[in-house]
Design a protein around this ligand. Structure first.
Ligand code: FAD
Ligand code: ZN
Length: 467
């Protein structure tokens, strides 16, 4: 191991190979559920150094765990407890390499923080629409490695749909330059799409060419109170019919999710009284402020008339709009403050969601009396964060230790019954690996293993994750 450490120091310089002191920023995940120990945290500065590190690790048979902002929620980016894995932090690869306004593309290195990519696009008068609550610390490499979703998927798609090309360092340390900004390229298998969503198990993403969009002339945000999820789905249909592609986000939050936000962030304004479900709508408009607002208000008036909503507010300023989003984005943080919880990041046909939630809520309440449900998420994409918090007053860690498996079985069986997915946007990581092995069709697993074997025959890239 000392020989490997020496080789790593030669690759990136001694000061960028960390082996001592508090390494918890890299070794402990965001939810504090996975804590590992790395042989070393290695911080290369550019693609050539990443390639050199991968070559050194290959020569010494060491496994490599890539990491970006360490905001992942499935334990995929922290090392295991063996003390033998090299934690490869990509955060120093943080340059915006190019912006091509006419081609509507931006090329960024993997360690660029998502917000910095959004800002670079904005400075060029364009829009990079990927947006999620962790955008101030997650990296574009991590976003692509997990095929992140977020709040604008309804209109712009997830990370995969926003990526036109990748630069990747392979398991044996070769560099693949696939940074084309082409919108059409049918020259064989789509290698880019293999790496997107592969969670660090097939190669190291070092840069990406991203798709930009024109900036909308105006945007708007509204909050609406409804009595049921069925009404939320009705409102979604109405909003899609009236706003078309102008509808960019459609988020729902149940009463308890917003109660937790009020409990842990009491200073945040609550513009509407508590309701069983609250919807956050976002629109973009190419015509301008006044027509956008008129369309939004007409939509909400129609929804009131049809009995789909009980009350609504439209943000009057950017500040108010940000305050509404702040409510939504504070839910994961409020949940974390409340204590450990069981997260389910599920995808279902939108039409199946009201019935799924009613039946699964009831089944959970029967099986685990007093259990509290924090349901929120991207209803417009059919993606719910269907999270289970221990009963009030009960030790949350103990509840998790005793019941997590049973809760997961109940929820994931219900998901499977309606043809849903057990991971909509967070990935598989270490958390859902066994669940995936049980639930994914055998033929699909066989093909996934064949791909892994072809690209990483010694299983040194993020072993024990996904497969
Ligand atoms: P990390 O956590 O560092 O890594 C994630 C995975 O990607 C790991 O398996 C790691 O090995 C791999 N990886 C990282 N960088 C690379 C690379 N350069 N090459 C190869 N593999 C790599 N996710 C959503 O999809 N939608 C949301 O709305 C959302 N909201 C969130 C809100 C909060 C408050 C938090 C904490 C997280 C949220 N997430 C969400 C999850 C997380 O932010 C995303 O998965 C994000 O894309 C991870 O980026 P990261 O840079 O932090 O990656
Ligand atoms: Zn989400």
């Amino acid at each position: 191991m000392t020989a490997l450490l020496q080789a790593l120091r030669a690759c990136v310089g001694p000061s960028q190979v960390l082996t001592e002191g508090d390494l918890s920023a890299w070794e402990l995940d965001w939810r504090k559920r996975f804590r590992g120990r790395a042989l070393a945290v290695v911080r290369p500065a550019d693609t050539a150094q990443v390639a050199a590190v991968l070559q050194a690790c290959a020569a010494h048979g060491a496994s490599v765990v890539p990491q970006g902002g360490n905001t992942g929620l499935v334990g995929g980016g922290v090392p295991d407890a063996s003390g033998t894995q090299v934690l490869l932090s990509l955060t120093r690869l943080n340059r915006i390499r190019a912006i091509d306004r006419a081609n509507l593309t931006l090329t960024a290195e993997a360690g660029c923080v998502l917000q910095a990519v959004q800002q670079a696009a904005a400075e060029a008068g364009l829009l990079f629409p990927l947006s999620l609550a962790a955008e101030g610390s997650c990296t574009i490499g991590g976003n692509l490695a997990t095929n992140a979703g977020g709040t604008q998927v309804l209109r712009f798609g997830n990370a995969r749909e926003l990526c036109l090309g990748l630069e990747v360092v392979t398991a044996d340390g070769q560099v693949w330059d696939g940074l084309s900004g082409l919108r059409k390229d049918n020259t064989g298998y789509d290698l880019r799409d293999l790496f997107i969503g592969s969670e660090g198990t097939l190669g190291i993403i070092t840069a990406a060419t991203l798709k930009l969009h024109p900036r909308p002339a105006a945007s708007g945000t509204a909050l609406a109170a409804t009595g049921s999820l069925a009404q939320c789905v009705g409102l979604l249909q109405l909003a899609q019919a009236r706003l078309g592609a102008g509808l960019t986000g459609f988020e729902v939050m149940n009463r308890f999710a917003l109660e937790l936000v009020a409990r842990h962030f009491p200073s945040l304004p609550r513009p509407l009284p508590a309701a069983p479900w609250t919807v956050l709508l976002e629109q973009a408009d190419s015509e301008g402020e006044a027509p956008a607002r008129a369309r939004f208000e007409a939509l909400l008036a129609a929804a009131l008339e049809e009995g789909l909503i009980d009350d609504a507010v439209v943000a009057e300023s950017l500040q108010q709009s940000q305050a509404l989003w702040h409510l939504r984005e504070s839910i994961p943080l409020a949940q974390a403050q409340e204590g450990p919880n069981i997260k389910h990041d599920i995808a279902l046909p939108v039409s199946a969601i009201p019935d799924f939630v009613a039946r699964t809520d009831a089944a959970l309440a029967r099986a685990f009396p007093g259990v509290r449900l924090v349901d929120f998420g991207h209803l417009g994409d059919g993606n719910l964060h269907y999270n289970v918090q221990a009963p009030e007053g009960q030790d949350a860690a103990q509840f998790l230790a005793q019941q997590e498996h049973a809760v997961n079985t109940l929820v994931y069986d219900a998901v499977a019954a309606v043809g849903g997915s057990i991971s909509a946007e967070h990935g598989v990581g270490a958390l859902k690996r066994e669940e995936l092995a049980q639930r994914k069709p055998a033929v699909a697993l066989q093909m996934m293993r064949a791909i892994k074997q072809a690209l990483d025959p010694q299983h040194r890239l993020n072993p024990g994750r996904v497969l």
